[in-house]
Design a protein around this ligand. Structure first.
Ligand SMILES: Cc1cc2nc3c(=O)[nH]c(=O)nc-3n(C[C@H](O)[C@H](O)[C@H](O)COP(=O)(O)OP(=O)(O)OC[C@H]3O[C@@H](n4cnc5c(N)ncnc54)[C@H](O)[C@@H]3O)c2cc1C
Length: 411
């Protein structure tokens, strides 16, 4: 049964209620636009991607969420630390006063709760949010109006809007349908992850740190992200062939890789696994375009690099912020052209490239950040700034003047 199509045209329809969709919906509703957000899941739902970087704080402040985050049980993350293949840890990279709000920390979040907090904020600011509603198809054939078919509880609705925002994450709803999604041929990775309770943690302000461990054979690396309730998220990433080529289950792949990382497995020896092991693969891609007449892509729907620096949620928030300002200006001037809606993309891409180059360096077997900082200690602050996510400032990426970037070879 088809419902709706009363002829009503919303200013904006957003596909997806992750960090990107919730943020763009919240900011456009705050500007006073008529916003409808459609999310296929009932919230909260599990999602990978639990570690924020401090640059996210500025968008979270604009959303008015800092006090709520401060009062939450999410652990505070003051630093990130790397443990090499020999088990030797780097000095932690403390954020100190380099984050945009001067807090010196950000948060490790349970994504179900964090994403629901963002969607709740969008609702408070006036967005119409419908969860359990999956977008099925899009019709761009009417001049200036996009029609969206969505299904909830088995019933199909047709809805119209002036601007369609795709924030559907790795589903890449529009990019896939338009043939815009291009995989990164140099990053063909896969990941397995789970949660444990009762793992050993560092004391004091290091308790909430993200720790990145290399396996002894350098064929994979692990994240360790502390969460509330004595839980820690553990994930392992490596080349898809290496991870999944043998046909082992995700659980067995994780056990096989953990056996090569005593620095981490020692910390887990008294811990209990508290979630099934999940897996994902081939998640590095970009869209050839981020906007067209009447549509925009934000967050993972427009591209994703790699999990290693925890940049994904920040880029989802930031692209949503950029897009919201461009869409607002376009709605005010009645200019919903690709040029106006994508006017932020060149500046955004420049920042994203800094992360991409840092990711390529991480996977380059001839490169080590330890050796780099020994040779060029004056770049430690620049590197810390990139790890914080300060990639949109004019001086960001100065260290790339001296850092040779080879494309990853072990993946
Ligand atoms: C292995 C791995 C580890 C990661 N670790 C980190 C990390 O530690 N820190 C970090 O910052 N980032 C991390 N990321 C990245 C992070 O998960 C994403 O960048 C982030 O979730 C992107 O937010 P988003 O809003 O664009 O998409 P999502 O959070 O994926 O939200 C998209 C939403 O759209 C909905 N949706 C999809 N299709 C439809 C449809 N047809 N109709 C309606 N709704 C739909 C989905 O249900 C979903 O809720 C990681 C990614 C991977 C792959």
């Amino acid at each position: 049964m088809v419902q709706g199509n009363s002829g009503e045209v919303r200013d904006v329809i957003v596909i997806g209620g992750g960090p990107a969709g919730a943020t763009v919906a919240a900011l456009l509703a705050e500007y006073g636009h008529d916003v409808l957000l459609l999310e296929r899941e009932i919230l909260p739902r599990h999602h990978v991607g639990e570690s924020l970087i401090p640059a996210a704080n500025s968008v979270l402040a604009r959303l008015g969420l800092i006090d709520e985050l401060r009062q939450s049980s999410f652990p505070r993350k003051y630093s990130v630390q790397f443990v090499g293949d020999s088990g030797r840890p780097s000095a932690p990279f403390y954020f100190d006063d380099l984050d945009p709000l001067g807090l010196g920390y950000t948060w490790q979040v349970v994504r179900g709760d964090f994403d629901r907090m963002l969607v709740g904020r969008a609702e408070q600011l006036g967005a119409d949010v419908r969860t359990g509603t999956r977008v099925h198809c899009i019709d761009f054939s009417k001049e200036g109006i996009t029609s969206v078919s969505a299904k909830a509880s088995g019933e199909l609705s047709e809805l119209n809007c002036r601007v369609l925002i795709d924030a559907s994450g790795q589903t890449c709803f529009l990019a896939n349908r338009m043939g815009l999604r291009v995989s990164d041929p140099d990053l063909k990775n896969g990941t397995v992850w789970t949660w444990y309770r009762g793992a050993e943690r560092d004391p004091g302000r290091d308790e909430g740190a993200t720790i990145i461990y290399s396996a002894a054979d350098r064929k994979s690396w692990f994240w360790s992200i502390p969460l509330p309730d004595d839980t820690v998220s553990i994930g392992c990433t490596g080349a898809m062939d290496h991870m999944f080529g043998s046909g082992l289950s995700a659980k067995n792949v994780l056990s096989r890789e953990l056996a090569k990382c005593p620095a981490l497995s020692d910390r887990l020896k008294d811990a209990t696994q508290s979630m099934p092991v999940r897996s994902t693969r081939d998640f590095s891609y970009r869209s050839k375009r981020a906007a067209g007449d009447g549509w925009v892509l934000v967050g993972d729907a427009s591209g994703f690099i790699d999990p290693v620096y925890s940049s994904g949620v920040f880029l989802a928030l930031k692209s949503a912020e950029f897009a919201a300002d461009a869409i607002h200006a376009g709605l005010k001037r009645d200019d919903l052209s690709a040029r106006q809606l994508g006017s932020w993309k060149a500046e955004y891409d420049k920042g994203v490239e800094h992360f991409r180059r840092l990711v390529y360096a991480f996977y380059d077997p001839d490169f080590s950040f330890g050796d780099f900082l020994q040779q060029y200690p004056e770049y430690r602050t620049d590197l810390t700034n990139l790890l914080i996510g300060n990639v949109f400032s004019p001086n960001a990426g100065r260290m790339f003047e001296v850092l040779p970037i080879n494309k990853p070879r072990h993946v």
